[in-house]
Design a protein around this ligand. Structure first.
Ligand code: ATP
Length: 239
């Protein structure tokens, strides 16, 4: 593989006395899609939080294009080109779709991030963002809100997009619509990390996958090459 754009090296993370990650080695190349699977509590969200600087980690444990960035405050992570679509979406309720997106435009401007994503281009990617531009986000369906959340992250012009369970609770048709946007996002050169509960979806949407169990990586490989049996063992443990 080419030089990774983002990598982690023996990444450990704790919540107080509880250790949630035990030395995670991970890498993703430019424009690559990598899925991260594992049962509830395996540490997937913690892994994303640790990358984003939301948990204390040593600088060398997270590198962006080889540069140590671990533990950098989250705002500066966005400035460096890492954006997250958080679990639960966390939109500004009471604000319209467009106003939610404009917050991200302003944030990117303030942080000096430039790139190919504009409001108009996003509205092409997800037409609902144009059709419902003036609608308060809380009136949207879960899938539509997810599109706003992804749009908001893309407007930060990320080199790496971290997606935390973007399919959770959504209807299959909407999930397909959201995942259909991935090729265009990657065509921009953006790398995409997909934390995904649906193993089949994770496999079909990614180039490579990692499976985690109890804070450790138990399997990594090309998504098209790992078998159901490999995944079953890595997911639940045992030999
Ligand atoms: P899920 O699919 O349920 O989100 P996950 O793989 O993302 O699972 P994490 O949320 O990263 O798992 O949780 C990993 C471990 O860390 C779990 O044992 C969880 O109970 C613990 N944990 C997560 N957040 C906290 C917290 N704020 N304080 C203490 N422990 C936490």
């Amino acid at each position: 593989m080419t030089d990774p754009v983002l990598s982690t090296h023996a990444l450990v993370a704790r919540y107080g006395d509880f250790q949630a990650l035990y030395g995670v080695d991970f890498q993703i190349a430019e424009a690559e899609a990598v899925a991260l699977i594992g049962a509830n509590g395996a540490g997937k969200s913690t892994f994303l939080r640790a990358i984003m600087g939301l948990l204390p980690v040593a600088p060398d444990m997270v590198r962006l294009a080889g540069q140590p960035i671990g533990g950098t405050p989250t705002d500066r992570m966005v400035q460096k080109g890492i954006a997250i679509v958080p679990e639960g979406r966390r939109l500004f309720t009471g604000m319209s779709v467009e106003d939610n997106l404009r917050v991200a435009v302003d944030q990117a401007e303030r942080l000096g991030r430039k790139g190919g994503w504009s409001l108009a281009r996003l509205q092409q990617l997800f037409p609902i963002l144009r059709d419902k531009a003036r609608t308060p986000v809380q009136s949207l369906s879960g899938g539509q809100q997810q599109m706003v959340s992804i749009g908001r992250a893309l407007l930060c012009q990320p080199r790496v997009l971290l997606c935390d369970e973007i399919s959770l609770g959504l209807a299959p048709k909407v999930i397909r619509e959201i995942y259909a946007a991935l090729p265009e996002i990657r065509a921009q050169g953006t790398s995409v990390v997909l934390v995904e509960q649906d193993v089949g979806l994770a496999q079909s949407a990614s180039d490579r996958l990692y499976c985690m169990l109890e804070g450790r990586v138990t399997l990594t490989g090309a998504s098209g090459a790992v078998t159901r049996e490999d995944i079953g063992r890595a997911y639940f443990g045992g030999s």
